[in-house]
Design a protein around this ligand. Structure first.
Ligand SMILES: O=C(CO)COP(=O)(O)O
Length: 121
């Protein structure tokens, strides 16, 4: 079973919910397991998905997902970043993205890319 980590900054959470709604069939058909940072996870549950919720991003959620990536437990990351906002946990965000590259884990940072990745599952 593949695990996808999903994360969205506040300004991008509506787009994440829309993405999850639009891709429900494929995610269910492929038996995907979801993990998420705290608030993104709450929105994901509200959209009708089962999801393992980690800490909220600013409290270490990105770092927790980064650790899972380093341990080989995550096969894809969908991270809708808000490029127009500042984030106090920027170092954690960079660490997560860096570890995707270190471990060759597909990373989508916008819905157009995420759509292509999910179609390739
Ligand atoms: O801050 C985040 C990613 O950097 C997201 O965290 P939340 O899902 O808890 O809002």
């Amino acid at each position: 079973m593949k695990t996808i980590a999903i994360i969205a900054h506040d300004g991008k959470k509506p787009e994440m919910v829309q993405f999850l709604n639009e891709n429900r069939d494929i995610l269910h058909a492929k038996n995907i397991r979801l993990i998420a940072t705290g608030t993104t996870g709450t929105k994901t549950e509200a959209a009708g998905y089962e999801v393992e919720k980690l800490l909220s991003g600013p409290l270490g959620g990105d770092a927790q997902i980064a650790a899972r990536i380093a341990e080989g437990q995550v096969q894809m990351v969908i991270f809708f970043r808000d490029p127009l906002d500042k984030h106090p946990h920027e170092p954690d965000i960079f660490m997560l993205m860096r570890l995707c590259d270190v471990h060759n884990v597909p990373l989508a940072t916008n819905p157009a890319t995420a759509e292509l990745l999910v179609r390739g599952l």
